[in-house]
Ligand binder design. Structure first.
Ligand SMILES: Nc1nc2c(c(=O)[nH]1)N[C@H]1C(S)=C(S)[C@@H](COP(=O)(O)O)O[C@H]1N2
Ligand SMILES: [Mo]
Length: 258
């Protein structure tokens, strides 16, 4: 549908778009330019309705602060992480946490009940039997840790997007936050939560997830670095507030993904 734009007092749209283009980091800049670099795209990226000089300045300020957010908005569900054959699985698969393997949480599966909160219709808790009954998907993908190692693993579980739909999550919300048994936490953007390879993982290599790898549940996101993949997850909240995370709060790049 064609839309006639009124002139914006005090703003030359051509210059504004040029400035925005200069401020944007790649690859967002390339996508912005390729997509027509319009006022509409700028409005979409910043969430600012550009009606005057003040809001135009605000949009530019946002863009310059905004590398993570701009990338997240352009994150495409069509972009899949590479998958591998069985023979490529790294054995033994490495353990990693901010403590040694002996200090990994020991979650009692019998008492386990996943808390689901925030912007969802159904806040009932989920037992392991209920979670195990969800339709299963499987992936063999590479896990990449910022500490300088990577490994290929095989993970089975439920699609997080299916689960979010099932609990009536408001998928227009910005984030999903995860809380882990030992206090680790994570916030991810909704596009990543809805990505087809983002998985609520209950098994490693078709066996119940061992304690080392996050029993009873981890969130597997092959489009994100290792530290964005929380293990021992006990709660999940759909939210419009960025609740940060263990490493994010210590300055790690929030988006940390493809
Ligand atoms: N609960 C919890 N989840 C966590 C961590 C942690 O310390 N606690 N470490 C993260 C990091 S940095 C990495 S690389 C992976 C390691 O997962 P793995 O032990 O299955 O290889 O878990 C991530 N998720
Ligand atoms: Mo990591």
């Amino acid at each position: 549908m064609a839309r006639i734009r009124k002139p914006i007092p005090g703003v030359d749209p051509k210059l504004l778009i040029k400035d925005a283009g200069k401020l944007l980091p790649d690859p967002t800049r390339r996508l912005f330019l390729r997509g027509g670099a319009s006022l509409g795209a700028l409005t979409f990226l910043t969430g600012c309705d550009i009606v005057d000089g003040l809001s135009a300045e605000k949009a530019l300020r946002k863009i310059s602060e905004f590398n993570d957010g701009a990338q997240a908005l352009l994150f495409s569900a069509a972009k899949l992480a590479p998958t591998y054959p069985q023979s490529a699985i790294t054995r033994p698969f490495p353990f990693n946490a901010y403590y040694g393997p002996d200090d990994a949480p020991e979650v009692d599966g019998k008492d386990y009940a996943l808390e689901v909160g925030g912007l969802v219709d159904n806040k009932k808790k989920w037992t392991l039997d209920e979670l195990y009954a969800l339709p299963e998907v499987s992936q063999i993908t590479r896990h990449i840790c910022v500490e300088g190692w990577s490994a290929i693993g095989s993970w089975q579980g439920a699609r997080l997007s299916d689960f979010l739909q099932r609990v009536g999550a408001d998928t227009r919300a910005k984030y999903v936050w995860f809380q882990c048994a030992e206090g680790y936490s994570n916030t991810i953007d909704m596009p990543t939560a809805l990505h087809p390879q983002t998985q609520m993982t209950f098994k490693f290599d078709n066996q119940i997830l061992p304690r080392a790898y996050g029993y009873p549940m981890k969130i597997r996101m092959p489009t994100k670095l290792g530290f964005k993949n929380p293990k021992y997850v006990v709660a999940m909240h759909v939210t419009n507030t960025d609740l940060g995370g263990y490493w994010e709060n210590q300055g790690y790049n929030w988006f940390s993904g493809l």
